[in-house]
Unconditional design. Structure first.
Length: 395
């Protein structure tokens, strides 16, 4: 009997093994992607999900501001605790249509997601509550993911085109220094990498620097949970090598890191620069800076009433007659009463709920009466100061 043996060439063997290895690697990658996606969707893993390819509401590559809304957008903004319709006007602001010129007294309001009204309807956010209470139009130019420098750019390039008598600027110490300080942003966990303008240099000589994500990185970030998971891990390990605010707080034995207390000199100078430029751009109009606290800030305030950030800003305002600083931290802490300060915020979010917006609006109006707002009669004032049982957890 004739036995025929077929000998596979070494070249074909190598090709076969390479193909099998490639299939194994691809299969493992697919399984890992599916597993991470399942863990994230189930709330078991904290990793940024890939954003949608294109949003009808958000423009993450605005040529001037870095991020802005699309004009005439009408979109349901949905998260775990809310489902709210966001509508924008012809310039992309989350506001009703406004005339460029008006004979009425009006206020321009700038800031980030707290000013924009994250997760609340327009009727229940800070600016609309102030507009109803004071009778003055409050033109809302707030935008999620904004920092003070972006607010300055919006005022300079857009908001100044609208007649107004005063300016209210929300500053969120929680993350506004990440938005200002490029070095801090590079090591901050969960920081949104997108096109963003920064200031580089030394006070007061700064130059604009536009951070732009590489095309390759953007491609993977927008499509793969796996990429975002490893990116988060890498940033976590890198952050340990640099002293950011969290590390400083932990090393000092402080349980609650807070930029009200832990900011550096250069970070303050960046904020100071933006405020000084806003005062210049306002050209004699009065400017109010409103500091917005979050839970950690309240906890640190409970331990000590001294707030280095506020004290530095008050010193700055002392030399600027048209500048006023409103720190919401002490009055919101005091007004919590029987309720805990957590009643101002959503359970799974650091943003204000409707009650937080309501209390903040009362305090802002009181603090700015005589500066931006005219005093009211006794009946109107007493009616406005009642918080009206808005805290459901105390009822």
């Amino acid at each position: 009997m004739l036995i025929v043996t077929t000998q596979i060439s070494p070249k074909r063997t190598r090709l076969y093994r390479t193909a099998m290895l490639a299939v194994s690697v691809v299969s493992a990658a697919v399984l890992l992607e599916v597993a991470i996606r399942w863990l994230v969707d189930g709330g078991l893993l904290s990793v940024p999900a890939p954003p949608p390819a294109r949003s009808t509401l958000w423009d993450p590559a605005h040529s001037e501001f870095g991020v802005w809304h699309h004009a005439h957008a009408n979109k349901v903004h949905k998260r775990q605790e809310f489902s709210v319709v966001y509508r924008t006007n012809s310039i992309g602001a989350r506001d009703v249509e406004r005339k460029r010129n008006s004979d009425r007294s009006r206020m321009v309001v700038l800031g980030d997601s707290f000013i924009e009204g994250w997760g609340v309807s327009e009727a229940h956010r800070l600016t609309n509550l102030l507009e109803t209470s004071t009778g003055l139009e409050h033109l809302n130019f707030g935008m999620s993911h904004f920092g003070p420098y972006q607010s300055l750019l919006v005022y300079r390039k857009l908001a100044k085109q609208y007649s107004h008598e005063g300016l209210v600027v929300g500053v969120l110490p929680l993350n506004d220094f990440w938005d200002l300080d490029y070095k801090s942003a590079q090591t901050a966990l969960r920081y949104e990498y997108r096109f963003r303008p920064y200031l580089l240099g030394n006070y007061p000589h700064y130059e604009r620097f536009d951070y732009r994500e590489s095309m390759l990185r953007q491609f993977f970030r927008r499509r793969l949970y796996t990429f975002n998971a490893f990116s988060t891990l890498y940033r976590s390990l890198s952050a340990k090598e640099q002293q950011n605010v969290d590390e400083i707080a932990v090393n000092s034995g402080k349980r609650f890191p807070s930029y009200y207390y832990d900011l550096g000199e250069e970070q303050f100078n960046l904020l100071r620069y933006c405020i000084e430029r806003m005062v210049e751009e306002a050209d004699g109009k009065r400017v109010a800076i409103v500091l917005i606290p979050v839970f950690n800030d309240f906890m640190r305030f409970r331990e000590t009433k001294q707030r280095p950030l506020t004290e530095k800003l008050l010193e700055l305002a002392a030399s600027q007659p048209s500048l006023r600083i409103v720190d919401l931290l002490p009055p919101m802490y005091q007004r919590a009463g029987k309720c805990q300060v957590k009643s101002y915020f959503r359970k799974h979010d650091y943003h204000w709920n409707e009650y937080g917006n309501k209390v903040a609006s009362h305090i802002v109006e009181e603090e700015l009466t005589g500066f931006l707002y005219k005093p009211k009669g006794p009946a109107s004032r007493s009616s406005n100061q009642s918080d009206g049982g808005g805290c459901s957890s105390c009822q």
